[in-house]
Ligand binder design. Structure first.
Ligand SMILES: [Mg+2]
Length: 221
């Protein structure tokens, strides 16, 4: 069994959905609560779907979202996300496909994303990346990013030994904080909303994802 596990964030790290998520969120807020352009001014990067929904509820409805609110919201959100992605194609970031293919020969790959699992599946499917990942931790596992990373690490035990080294790969300060909370390594790629100089707490910061390959080879020749 391989001894290295990579946990990839999705949005801003592997792909850019071009606002499909926020447009789908807006449609649900309009439908459920007659709020227009609800996500304008709300930063999505690195946050879990339930956390974003809770933020929208607090801002526009003046109350927290319950788990029931989140479940109702997500059930309406998923078909809209799919429609948005079918209408305006997402963009897979440079060198992602080749990097995952090469790294997958040497390590176990999973995802650690704030998307609920069904939304992650939809995005990866539209990006043609589904086959690279064997498991994941998701926004449907926890509202807190550190907790969903912990869930992903737990699930990695089915594919790698307990002593396996874990590396989180993400594009925001939230990915870095979550990895640190779990005591694992973290590489940041400056292809999302956070500029490279904001990601300095990571073990390595890359301009493109393929810089991960030489980093991996230097660590585990
Ligand atoms: Mg991200």
């Amino acid at each position: 069994m391989t001894e290295i596990v990579y946990l990839f964030d999705i949005d801003g790290t592997l792909l850019r959905a071009g606002g499909a998520g926020s447009r789908a969120f807006d449609r649900v807020m309009r439908e459920l609560h007659e709020v227009e352009d609800a996500s304008v001014g709300t930063a999505f990067g690195g946050k879990t779907d339930p956390w974003i929904i809770d933020q929208l509820y607090r801002r526009h409805l003046g109350r927290a979202a319950s788990q029931e609110d989140v479940d109702t919201f997500i059930a309406r959100y998923l078909p809209y996300l799919e429609v948005e992605l079918a209408t305006r194609p997402l963009r897979v970031l440079p060198a992602v496909e080749d990097t995952l293919a090469a790294l997958g020969q040497r390590a176990v790959l999973g995802v650690a994303t704030g998307n609920v699992a069904a939304a992650a599946d939809i995005k990866l499917r539209y990006a043609g990346l589904t086959g690279h990942f064997r498991f994941g931790g998701y926004g449907s596992d926890s509202w807190q990013r550190a907790e969903l990373v912990a869930v992903a690490i737990e699930r990695a035990r089915a594919f790698a030994p307990p002593q396996a080294e874990v590396v989180v790969v993400g594009d925001t300060v939230h990915d870095i904080a979550a990895a640190r909370a779990c005591g694992v390594q973290v590489c940041a790629v400056a292809t999302g909303p956070d500029p490279a100089d904001a990601l300095g707490e990571a073990d390595a910061v890359f301009a493109r994802l393929d810089e991960l390959l030489p980093w991996h080879h230097a660590r585990w020749p």
